[in-house]
Design a protein around this ligand. Sequence first.
Ligand code: AMP
Ligand code: ZN
Length: 486
Amino acid sequence: MAAIQLYNTLSRQLEALRPPTGEPLGMYTCGLTVYDYGHIGNFRTFIAVDVLQRFLLSEGYQLNAVLNLTDIDDKIIERARTAGHGVGEHAAIYARAFEQDMELLGLRQPEHLVRATAHIEAMVAWCDRLIATGHAYISQGSVYFRVASFPAYGALSGKDAESLLVGARVESGLEQKEDARDFVLWKAHKPGEPSWPSPWGPGRPGWHIECSVMAMHYLGASFDLHAGGADLVFPHHENEIAQAEAVTGERFVRHWFHVEFLLVESEKMSKSLGNYYTVRDLIARGVKPSALRYLLASVPPRRSLNFTHEGLEQSAAAVERLTGFRDRLRRNGENQPPAGADRAVEWVRTARENFRAALADNLNTAAALGAVFEMVRAGNAALDAGEMTAQAARAALDFLAYFDGIFGVLGDEDEARLAAYALGTGLELSAPALDMAAIEARLAERAAARARRDYSRSDELRRELEQLGVVVEDVKGGEQKWRVKK
Ligand code: AMP
Ligand code: ZN
């Protein structure tokens, strides 16, 4: 099989990911800063990473994935103050909320879900090494990285020394720095802020050093892949590279994977525009986790994703089309005569190859979904023509299971996950709207099954109706009554 090609922000081209070996692929993702609930933009990035990881697992890779939670930072301190929380308490509330959102959306548990405050000593030790090697200096109890000491600075973002200087002068205004481009590694303690001891006095780590140190702690000085949203290329990831490579002299990260931004109705998501959504906002309005996951996964990571309510409805419809096809295969596939077997299995094989090739081509999820729907069309046509063999139905069902192992959108766990989420978050979930077209079709089919005394089929339909939120009762005279399941 051809190697997986992924765009590498550092080389600005597609590059083959190293093949799977016994050695797990080391992968670090910049996670949430836990001052508030994660929004759907954050989850766009996390779902892209999740789809990539599940694809890699299906390709035989082993993973050593790290996801961090930034649990000490200016915004957390500020928000905790406004909310009347302790800083640690505030961060813990939103870290827990993040884990609930993660479970709801079926995000894979990384091998290491790590918090910055659990690694402060290692961060202090790394600052010490940077100072000892001349790459950092102490100024008024804070520690700064000396950008001039690292000539490769700017390679990731493509910024040259001149443009960096111009940008930095505008933004900084920090007189205690040697050079406007220098960035903070350790912030001297300010009254009312949490602090940890260090050789330079009490203080707290800067955001950039947190990620470098945690990444190297779990993955070593040089590892395979580093992910995050496109907003992190500069300065966060540029700084991560400098902090790590200045000390180790080794290439910090082989492959940089950046996910483009999510926009809402073509605008930047912001609270003031009223187009800002957390996962729980949407769930409380009756959006299913599978539909949200589908929408966020459906656009390839290198393209920005324009979130619209219409798109969300289309995603819900796409999920239903897939599950409807799967139900149809399960119901009818096994019962048809074995005609046209080879041809039918061929369309499954083609779909599988196209699906895999699309994902291996820089995680082109849109093309991969295209291959799945191509199969659904061919499969429905075969079912309509009575040409679906047991063998083809099995192959198609296998393919759907493989597909869903990567996309995780068939929604089998929606109900259970929503129930757990409601319990864990105390969120009031609005009753999901009934799909009346599907309900009526099944009621009619069930009446017909009972008329021909096909009770096993009628029981099967009763179960399907229950899944659609409806309980049926049989009353005298062969009539059926239905009511909404409580
Ligand atoms: P933050 O909590 O701001 O540190 O962000 C957590 C992760 O979400 C980072 O990887 C960000 O790059 C990513 N992110 C933030 N906003 C968006 C957005 N609108 N679209 C996609 N990714 C985002
Ligand atoms: Zn980071």
